[in-house]
Design a protein around this ligand. Sequence first.
Ligand code: THU
Length: 123
Amino acid sequence: MAYTPYSEFKVGAALLTKGGKIYRGCNIENATYTPTNCAERTAFFKAISEGEHEFQCIAIVGGKGEDISTEICPPCGVCRQVMMEFCDPDSFKIILGKNMGEWEVYTLRELLPFGFGPANLNA
Ligand code: THU
């Protein structure tokens, strides 16, 4: 469902809640570029807007064109920061897929070391 008339780079994300529900997201681009929303944030915002606040992991795939992506698509910095708001950095897993059936798994802590989150404001 990615809406990508400008980059042709299509991304899909599937966010798994602790309760076992999956929220899917795609990237949605815009003619003025900056309002573009990444697939990961689309998935998070769909879930949050439905009342979900606890998450296990997110799977992400993306690439240019119609072919199966041969490279992983790491989440951008803004999306990592959104994950930091709602996820435990040591247990939340980010699964990066490629080539139909290959994947790499990272914790949010690995992809966002020294991230600033809600706990910092309570310190
Ligand atoms: N994009 C995502 O949706 N997720 C990522 O992790 C990286 C980038 C999108 C934004 C834009 O529509 C396109 O990919 C190219 O940057």
